[in-house]
Design a protein around this ligand. Sequence first.
Ligand SMILES: Cc1ncc(COP(=O)(O)O)c(C=O)c1O
Length: 362
Amino acid sequence: MLAYIDTNCIVHCLDMATEAKLHFMETFEAVILQPRQLEYKLQFTGPTGTNAVEAALKIARQKTGRTNIICFTNAFHGVTAGAVAATGNGKFRQATGMPLGNTTFMPYCGYFGKDVDTLAQLEQLLDDRSSGIDKPAAVLLETVQGEGGVNAATVRWLRRLREICRERDILMIVDDIQVGCGRTGQFFSFELACIEPDIVTLSKSLSGYGLPMSLVLLKPDVDIWEPAAHNGTFRGNNLAFVTATQALLSYWQDPHFSRSVFSRGTEIYDRLQAWSEEYPHVKAVRSRGMIAGLVMDSAASADAISEACFRAGLIIETCGPAGEVIKLLPPLTITSEELEEGLSIIERAIIDSTSRRRKASH
Ligand SMILES: Cc1ncc(COP(=O)(O)O)c(C=O)c1O
């Protein structure tokens, strides 16, 4: 990026063509899409994730002429009106200050426990013309719900959902804003299930350097946009194009990178699993690749641990319906030593909170 700036380059020019943009598009095509035999058109939206979701929902509705969107319990897709209508959390929904509509919530994979087949319910409701559910334009989902508590859908569930959509001419939108770009081990989180969504949203770590950038991938026949129908001033952050291109070239050309995410992910999982056996207020561990959730017995426990970590120099967030899950999202490039340091801080915080509890109960 510094070298680019040094060339007296274009930083901002709305969504117009630049060399930096072209280079990103060619690199994304060559490094990500072609090796996976994926055919998508690229749409650059406003730079927040929620704006990419808005674009995805709009085009799905335009393409099908339907308004309803199926979304899932505990989903998080952003806080602008269209995306928040597909977000489960009451706090974000209420903040909108108006009724939210044109979405129908269905139970996510495992929502009623592992013995309840939530897709059988979805299928029956979709096929019953008297269920009260309007035929949707699209199904919008995260393959691993990040804000919702690190809930990972099974491969079987994802594959069957793909079939349900295909059979009924419903578009499938995968929101890969949090768990795409390698978080789960492969570049796209849906690769594990060998499925191809009709629309994919990407953002967050896409630029590789924390610069604002969002992207919507559209199957060619879905791209029926009129020029500038979803416009916005910041659809072409050239500095982000430069850093995103560099991230693709530096990490994604080498299969070793993906393997290292998987093996780091296993290291993290093993460590967390050991804690869940040792410390009684750690109730369960959820993980996929390098996203992991430590399910605590209460939101208060999770908060206390997050605060103790912060005081010790580690920022760690909580998530889940009540904030009861501690979410680990380390950089994919973290070294073993850094990972060890971070995990030790978390474990220390757990041990301290365990001993405080013991004292309080005496
Ligand atoms: C899955 C998912 N979609 C959309 C968003 C919204 O992105 P942004 O905060 O950039 O609007 C987020 C943010 O956490 C997210 O996790």
